[in-house]
Design a binder for this molecule. Sequence first.
Ligand SMILES: [Zn+2]
Length: 206
Amino acid sequence: MSASNVDLNSFQPERIAFELPAWIDDYCRAYSRSEVPEARMAYVIGAAAKNVEQGTGGPFAAGIFEIDTGALVSLGVNLVVPQGLSILHAEMVAIALAQRKLGVHELSAEGLPGYELVTSTEPCAMCFGAIPWSGVQRLVTGAISQDATDIGFDEGPKPDNWVEALEQRGIRVIREQQRVAARTILQAYADRGGPIYSPSSIRQRP
Ligand SMILES: [Zn+2]
């Protein structure tokens, strides 16, 4: 059913769900816990590459890990186009999966260890906004926002001082970890002709 012939007199959906790519379960099981932060980023970048290779979404991945042990809690990839939901950026998917898995709405809940969000590209305006509510204590990023905008993605109206804004809330930010490797995945996606979506407000700008 296309958007134009939806019966608007019908009620809205009673629940909403999204499906992860079939490959992601095996990929998660293959994770070997590492106390080395670089290994976690390499693993996340590998997931972004897999999402591109398999054609299951955009060239972005993100994981939630226990900071101290390196244990993987959840792994998300960008699912915007295949699932038809603009909120399904990799970071949002990873945060939602971790919270559902742990049964908390905030990952800083009492009794839990500290968690970090490791993302293959710096967060957009939406994901930046979601991070303080997620409860993660650390953010680790790979490619920079400019790398994403270079291939046509839009990062949205994120404040220039976004790093300081997170740090002021007690969220440590580590940037440009394996940036080149992460950027390579973005370029591979663009070279394959993967869909580059952006807000129509941007597309229509003269
Ligand atoms: Zn985002």
